[in-house]
Design a protein around this ligand. Structure first.
Ligand code: ADP
Ligand code: MG
Length: 481
């Protein structure tokens, strides 16, 4: 067994997020995913002699948005640098990146873990272009190259070495994915490679302040894999130290089939990137005014909205988290509660029938916006005791979604409105009691819990129409008389 209590893990993450721009960072080629291979590759993407790159203003705007949301300082003076290396999926032989002037500096991201809330410190967020893709699984003997992705704008978000467990890393990446989607700067689809993560991991004796030698696990493409790779690395590194081994600085890759990592290169073969300012791209300045203008376009941020939902609508932490899972859900809820005062009930509907319906139909919340007035009415019917919840969510909701109409009209037409008529309910109760004489006798002997059974029977007999409150009252009167 590992003597892991002696050690502390230290983790720093680098997240690459593909910006959701229509075109590439330095030319008009489309960035859309899934096109035929090598169809979005103009001479600029290919770096042919004589071509000139031109910076995509939207990409800069998106990077600034992310930086402002994370509380980073935005650099006023920027330039792009060439990072030179040779690789088959890098058509120009260099990647255009930022070197000494990341567009966003510092900043932080708040996460929730089992141990409580934590602030993850960012080192920087910089802009760069993506490389193409090498495809190894089409042929046993050949590697295929698709350069469509080359030149796609990325932000790289780099944390300080301030995370200490796979769970914290998991929470952080989850939060970043939520945030980029919330801001609309990246679609966050890890399966499509829009968000990828490199995990830097080291271990040290508890109490030690110097950082240990790190290894870097490259290109993790799911949150699960990030967690598994870090867990594996922490165990491996501690094991190495415990058995008298030495940790060497390495770049490693994750094998998701076996949940292990393996070395791809040692530090000795590290690249010398020979950075220099790209001579084809003029440095760019960002004015305070421009940054302020971008700030104005930021949506309400998730943590601001969470505060609003809990103070303005009195929702508990669980509800607030669920409703702020993404911006679409939150916006839908806000539209709904503009028209009703049943805030908590609307939240329950959001997390129950509405969510289920959206998933079942594979639609988005925006498809349901026009139904909000009906939902307001439906919620009112339930809250005022005219419809029972299961009938409302099962029959009426689904009915009016199929054929848009007033839920009141639908419920009346289908004879679903709860009846408080004592006469009607009395009849159902009499039938139920007559059909269960032994149970009635047991109840009278003291087995009061049987009231639930009688209630259930009356509900069945009335097809859900008997008002539960009236039914309970009448049942108790009858049974106790
Ligand atoms: P590199 O030059 O190797 O890319 P950086 O200093 O730029 O290294 O850091 C890259 C990432 O690795 C950052 O997220 C940083 O927090 C993290 N990191 C650096 N040193 C360590 C360490 N000893 N243990 C864990 N993470 C580290
Ligand atoms: Mg690195």
């Amino acid at each position: 067994m590992l003597n892991s209590d002696k050690y502390e893990a230290v983790i720093g993450l680098e997240i690459h997020a593909q910006l959701a721009t229509q075109s590439k960072l330095f030319c008009g080629d489309a960035t859309s995913f899934g096109a035929d291979p090598n169809t979005h590759i103009s001479p600029i993407t290919m770096g042919h002699p004589g071509t000139l790159p031109k910076t995509n203003a939207k990409a800069i705007e998106y990077a600034i948005k992310m930086g402002l949301a994370c509380g980073c300082e935005i650099a006023k003076d920027n330039y792009f640098a060439r990072k030179n290396y040779f690789y088959p999926d890098l058509p120009k032989g260099y990647q255009i990146s930022q070197h000494t002037t990341p567009i966003c500096m510092g900043g932080e991201v708040a996460i929730k873990t089992n141990e409580g809330d934590k602030i993850v410190q960012l080192n920087r967020i910089h802009l760069e272009e993506d490389a193409g893709k090498s495809i190894h699984d089409i042929s046993d003997t050949h590697t295929f190259i698709d350069l469509n992705r080359a030149g796609t704008p990325l932000i790289e978000m780099v944390t300080e070495p301030c995370l200490h467990s796979a769970d914290e890393a998991f929470a952080y990446v989850t939060e970043v994915r939520k945030l980029v989607r919330w801001l609309g700067v990246c679609d966050g689809n890890m399966e499509e490679g829009s968000l990828r993560c490199d995990a830097n991991v080291s271990v040290r004796l508890k109490g030690e302040t110097k950082l240990g030698t790190k290894v870097e696990v490259k290109n993790l493409n799911s949150i699960r894999n990030i967690k598994k790779a870090i867990e594996f690395e922490i165990d491996r590194l501690i094991n190495l130290l415990e058995t008298g081994g030495t940790i060497i600085q390495q770049t490693r890759s994750f094998d998701a089939n076996n949940d292990i990592t393996f070395s791809i290169r040692d530090k000795e073969d590290a690249n010398d990137y020979r950075y220099f300012p790209d001579p084809d791209l003029a440095p760019f300045q960002l004015s305070v005014h421009h940054i302020e203008e971008i700030k104005k376009t930021l949506p309400v941020l998730p943590w601001e909205l969470k505060r609003q939902l809990s103070t303005q609508f009195g929702l508990n932490e669980y509800d607030v988290e669920q409703l702020c899972e993404n911006k679409e859900i939150a916006e839908f809820y806000l539209k709904w509660v503009e028209q009703t005062k049943y805030y908590k009930a609307a939240a329950n509907w959001m997390m129950g029938p509405i969510k289920e319906f959206i998933h079942e139909k594979g639609i988005s919340y925006s498809n349901l916006i026009s139904a909000i007035p009906y939902l307001v009415e439906l919620l009112g019917l339930v809250e005022l005791g005219q419809l029972n919840f299961s009938v409302a969510s099962g029959k009426v909701f689904k009915g009016i979604m199929e054929q848009p109409m007033s839920p009141t009209e639908y419920a009346i037409a289908n004879n679903l409105i709860l009846t408080q008529s004592a006469d009607e309910i009395d009849n159902w109760i009499n039938e139920v009691l007559a059909a269960n004489p032994e149970k009635v006798a047991e109840y009278k002997k003291g087995k009061k819990g049987l009231i639930g059974l009688f209630m259930g029977e009356v509900k069945k007999k009335s097809k859900g129409k008997a008002d539960p409150k009236t039914t309970t009252q009448l049942l108790e009167q009858k049974l106790n008389s």
